[in-house]
Design a protein around this ligand. Structure first.
Ligand code: FAD
Length: 385
């Protein structure tokens, strides 16, 4: 946006500048290799962890930043998803959605020994909620946890789990009570627990440098202390997580829109057809007016939401609506950018080609568009709560 933001601060500006410089020098030149390797190097986790970006809202004694700042969460995700391969953000940032239940409910010993390693990017953790039989419908997860002889025994499967092949620790949702959301608890599961195994998921259309796994729990044995937070209250514990995940995917979609806009604009200023540069054809120029309007609107909405979060509010409906607007706008902007590139957009290596393949994971992951609209309607009190 060319207009100045009332929410910009010198601290944010400095953070964005440092992050952008790091992405330009350490990430962008390596993207093609990492996509081909189907993974990012382990050192990248620690290098990004050193920015403190996994420690928002977490006490400094556990390795966190000691403060919450939704704007900086937004800045980080916009820039990292906007690096040109949003899979980099998934590969490294996948841990983010498992951190808050650990910070809130794990034992003091775990929080002083393992949590700082996760926040620093020296260890990986993942969140396992989705199952082969239940994704959007979290209330119907069937992975079961039973108390037996002073231990918890887990049985079930989780799938699509980001970072699942690398993680040393998992936050797993399992059924401990009756049907529905009120019967779900969270467990902290080490990768080497007896009865726990994992298999990598096969080919994906995008996010090539980020791996997903299926987790198998066959009489997986855990100590009593593995229960995270109150029994049967696991859904409440992860709800806040989902909100921050939605903020990150919304900000990330904005970053991806900017990749499309900027690369298409460069092309339109160079490419000549019918004796004129593309940008001089009114039909093409109008595409940029529309694309930049979408970018501005999304940016303004996200900043307003970040402001609300920093005021101590959690605008659940707005986050849900913003995520849908962002992914729909991303679809529009990526499509228009591809039209501007013409045939070149269809070639692997074109900056928009990868974004195009990664739109749908933004629109489906972390709460799909359909589910987000439904949530917004309920949160606004327009339909059954
Ligand atoms: C690359 C990738 C990474 C992921 N990472 C993780 C992870 O780290 N941890 C994790 O737990 N999960 C993860 N997921 C899972 C993701 O969150 C789910 O895929 C998502 O929530 C949708 O669930 P589903 O795929 O089971 O679709 P379903 O729930 O089966 O839904 C299918 C379609 O129907 C629509 N739909 C469903 N119910 C309704 C309804 N009531 N009304 C209208 N439409 C409806 C949905 O919007 C969707 O479009 C990941 C998925 C992918 C692809």
């Amino acid at each position: 946006m060319t207009l100045p933001s009332p929410f910009m601060t010198p601290e944010r500006e400095a953070f964005r500048r440092d992050m952008a410089r790091f992405i330009d020098s350490e990430i962008k030149p390596n993207i093609e290799q990492w996509e081909a390797d189907k993974g990012v190097p382990w050192e990248l986790h620690a290098a990004i962890g050193a920015f403190g970006v996994f420690g928002f809202g977490i006490d400094e004694k556990y390795g966190g930043l000691g403060f919450e700042d939704a704007f900086m969460r937004h800045d980080f995700n916009e820039l990292l998803f906007g690096c040109g391969a949003s899979g980099v953000a998934a590969a490294v940032g996948g841990r983010a959605i498992s951190i808050s239940p650990i910070a809130k409910f794990a034992s003091e010993e775990f929080k002083t020994t393992v949590l700082p390693e996760i926040l620093a990017g020296r260890m990986m953790s993942s969140l396992g909620i989705t199952e082969p039989g239940a994704g959007s419908d979290v209330a119907n997860i069937t992975t079961k946890a039973e108390r037996k002889g002073g231990k918890w025994i887990l049985n079930g499967e989780k799938t699509y789990i980001t970072g699942g092949m690398d993680a040393e620790w998992f936050v797993i949702g399992a059924r401990t009570g009756g049907p529905g959301l009120a019967g779900i608890s969270l467990f902290l599961v080490p990768h080497d627990a007896p009865g726990f195994s994992r298999t990598p998921l096969g080919g994906k259309m995008g996010w090539h440098c980020s791996q997903q796994a299926t987790l198998h729990m066959d009489d997986c044995e855990l100590p009593e202390s593995a229960l995270l937070g109150p029994e049967n209250k696991g859904f409440i514990a992860i709800m806040n997580n989902f909100n921050f995940e939605r903020l990150s995917l919304t900000s990330g979609s904005l970053g991806m829109m900017k990749v499309c806009y900027e690369s298409a604009l460069d092309w339109a200023r160079e490419r000549k057809t019918f004796g004129q540069r593309l940008i001089e054809h009114q039909v093409i120029a109008h595409k940029f007016a529309e694309m930049s309007a979408k970018i501005d609107l999304n940016e303004a909405y996200i900043e307003r939401i970040c402001w609300a979060i920093n005021q101590g509010l959690m605008p659940v409906a707005e986050l849900a609506k913003a995520k849908v607007q962002a992914t729909k706008s991303l679809e529009f902007v990526a499509s228009e950018a591809m039209q501007v590139f013409g045939g070149a957009s269809y070639m692997v290596g074109n900056p928009v080609e990868r974004v195009w393949r990664e739109i749908k994971i933004m629109a489906i992951g972390g709460g799909s568009e359909e589910i987000m609209r439904d949530l917004a309607v309920r949160q606004m009190g327009l339909a059954g709560q």
